[in-house]
Design a protein around this ligand. Structure first.
Ligand code: ZN
Length: 154
């Protein structure tokens, strides 16, 4: 084995973890925007990015179905590896298409109910009737659905 003592470079290694399922998540896009470098997690949720210049970076992990990206600040030290864990929670709101209402079987009046933190973006959507804001602040991303026609939650 040849060891490369690449000076002034370090490595970040870690795992992207599903905080609800309690396991690593495969195929997550792990990205460092500042230097436009990234990778994808393996089947156990692990990733490794080598040959990073020393310094501080923001690292993002995102996957469709998991809502907003997980963000961590990291520091890269010479010839060493920084280990991080990024937690993501599944989000039904982050979903392609819309479900159909179990009463009218239509999708046109079905809107997600979003719980938690009300960002400006969410408030704007709520004003336009595209989502309904729920009251539970436990999770930012745990909506269910509401049919405007039949006035039911499902
Ligand atoms: Zn309906």
């Amino acid at each position: 084995m040849i060891l490369c003592r690449c000076q002034n470079y370090g490595t970040v290694e870690g795992i992207v973890y599903d905080s609800i399922e309690k396991q690593g998540i495969a195929f997550v896009n792990v990205y460092i925007p500042k230097i436009r470098t990234g990778t994808i997690t393996d089947t156990t949720g692990r990733f490794k990015i080598e040959n990073l210049k020393l310094g501080e970076y923001e690292i993002k992990a995102s996957l469709i179905g998991y809502g907003r990206p997980g963000v961590k600040e990291i520091k890269i030290y010479q010839d060493s590896t920084t280990f991080i864990e990024i937690n993501l929670a599944q989000c039904k709101y982050d979903y392609f298409g819309q479900p159909s209402c179990p009463i009218c079987n239509k999708t046109d009046e079905a809107i997600p109910i979003v719980y938690g933190e009300s960002t400006k973006n969410i408030l704007r959507k709520a004003k336009k009737g595209k989502i309904l804001i729920g009251g539970c602040p436990i999770s930012n991303c745990d909506p269910h659905w509401y049919c405007k026609r039949d006035k039911i939650n499902f």
